[in-house]
Design a protein around this ligand. Sequence first.
Ligand code: FAD
Length: 305
Amino acid sequence: GSSHTFIGPNVMWIQPSTLTELVELKARYPSAKLVAGNTEIGVETKFKNMNYPVLISTTNVPELQSVSVSEDGVTIGGAVTLSQFNDELKKVILSFPEHKTRVISSIVEMLQWFAGHQIRNVASVSGNIMTASPISDLNPLFLAAEATVCVQSQERGRRLVKIDKSFFCGYRKTAVASDEVLLSVIIPFTRKNEYFAGYKQANRKEDDISLVTAGMKVAVSKVNTINKVILAFGGMGVTTLLANTTMESIVGDEWTDPLVAKVSELLAGDLPLSPGAPGGFVEFRQALALSFFFKFFVTVRQQIL
Ligand code: FAD
C-alpha cells in the first residue's frame, strides 16, 4: 500500500490505503485526528475554532469499508457511510427471519430520521460512536443492542470493547483509547424472546438533531416475566446513558400494566435533569423519556400476545 499526503499551510492530510499504515500513522502522530465523513470535524474546525494540524483519512482502508453477516449478527466497518449501512441492513432484513432482525430494523427506522441525504452519504458509523455526543441517534441503539466495537492500536494490537455502561465514560468520551482505530461494530441478532425498539423526538420532524432518543431491549421468559432489560437514553445527561436502577428493579416482573407505574417512578430517579440543564425543555424531555418507555411497553405487549 501507499499513503497519499497533502501538505497545506495549516493542515497535513494523510490518506493511507492499508490498515497497517493507518495504525502506524496513529501511533506516529498521537494527537492527529482520524477523519471519515468530516461532518463532526468540519463543524468543529469551521464553527468551534478547533484546529487539527494532522488529519488521517480512514476511507481508503479496505478493513474499515467491509460489511459481513454471520448467523450471529452483522459486522460493519468503521468507515462505512450511514447510507451504505442503511442499504446493507435492508438486505439483511430481507434474508433473515423477523425475530433476528429486530435491532437491524430499528436502526433502519432511525436512520430515516438521522440528518439528511447529504450528511448520511458521507458520515460514518464510527464517527457517530467516537464523537459520543449525548444526543447521538445511534449510540442508544448500540447500547441497548449490546453491540461491540473492534479496535486496534500499534502498541496493543486488536481488542473487542463492549458498548456497555462503561463505554460512554464522560462528555464526548468513550472507552476507546486515543491511539486506537475503530475497525468495526458488531451488532448481534436478537433472539425469539428478545424485543427491541428505538425512538427519537426532535423539534422538527425531518433533518433535525434530537431532543431525546432511546434504545430499548427486553428478553422475556415463557410466562412473560422480564429476564433482562436494557433502557438506554440520549439527551438525558452528558452521555448516552442507561437507566440502571430501573433496569435492575424490574427483572422478574411481569410485562403487564402495573409495570408502567413502577417504571414511571423509577425512571425519574435514573434520569434526573436539573432545571437549568443544557438543552432546555427539561420537563418535556422527562416526559418524552417516560412516553418512550410507555410506547415500548405497548409495542412489546402486542408482540408477545
Ligand atoms: P468525522 O467528523 O469524520 O469524525 C468524527 C469523530 O470520530 C472524530 O473525532 C474522529 O477522529 C473520530 N473517528 C472517525 N472515524 C474513526 C475511527 N475509525 N476510529 C476512531 N475514531 C474515529 N448526528 C446524529 O446522531 N443525528 C443526527 O440527526 C445528526 N444530524 C446532523 C446534521 C448535520 C447537518 C451535521 C453537520 C451533523 C449531524 N450529526 C448528527 C452529527 C454527525 O453527522 C454524526 O456524528 C456522524 O456520524 C459523524 O460521522 P463522520 O464520519 O462525519 O465523523
